[in-house]
Design a protein around this ligand. Structure first.
Ligand SMILES: [Zn+2]
Length: 136
C-alpha cells in the first residue's frame, strides 16, 4: 500500500492546471482499465473535484451564514457536505468524542444533517454533526 508520493516541483506546477491534469489522468487510466470503467473513473474524478469545491465554499460561507445555491450535483453535494462537517468537527464524533484517523486519511465519523436534507436542503456545516457510525 502506498500512503503518499512526492511530486517533482515542476510536475506539481503543471498538474495544478486542469487540462494537463485531465490529460495525465487519461494517460494513466486508458492502458489499465476497461472503457466502461474509464468513464466511471473520470466521472468520479469530476465529482470528487466538484465536492471539494463545494465543501470549500461551505466552510467559507460558514462565517456569513448564507445557504449556497443548489447548483451542484447530488453526489458532489453529499460528499462535499460530509467533508465540510468532518473538518468542522476535527474528525471527532459530536456525541461520544471518538476520533480515529487512518494513515491514508480515512476517519470513523460521518456527517449527518440536523434538519434533514429532504426538508431543508441546508448543507451549511451549522446544520451538520459529525457522528461515529454507532451514534449516527
Ligand atoms: Zn460516537
Amino acid at each position: 500500500m502506498v500512503i503518499g508520493a512526492r511530486l517533482d516541483d515542476a510536475l506539481y506546477n503543471i498538474l495544478r492546471a486542469r487540462e494537463p491534469r485531465d490529460l495525465l489522468r487519461s494517460v494513466l487510466i486508458q492502458p489499465y482499465f476497461a472503457p466502461e470503467l474509464q468513464v466511471l473513473m473520470v466521472e468520479q474524478g469530476a465529482i470528487n473535484y466538484e465536492s471539494f469545491l463545494y465543501s470549500k465554499k461551505l466552510l467559507e460561507q460558514q462565517a456569513i451564514g448564507e445557504k449556497l445555491e443548489d447548483t451542484y450535483r447530488y453526489a458532489a453535494r453529499d460528499q462535499g457536505f460530509r467533508r465540510a462537517v468532518v473538518i468542522a468537527y476535527a474528525h471527532r464524533c459530536a456525541l461520544c468524542g471518538i476520533r480515529v484517523r487512518t494513515l491514508d486519511g480515512h476517519t470513523v465519523v460521518t456527517a449527518a444533517h440536523i434538519i434533514p436534507c429532504s426538508i431543508g436542503h441546508d448543507d451549511r456545516p451549522a446544520n451538520g454533526m459529525a457522528l461515529c457510525r454507532t451514534r449516527h
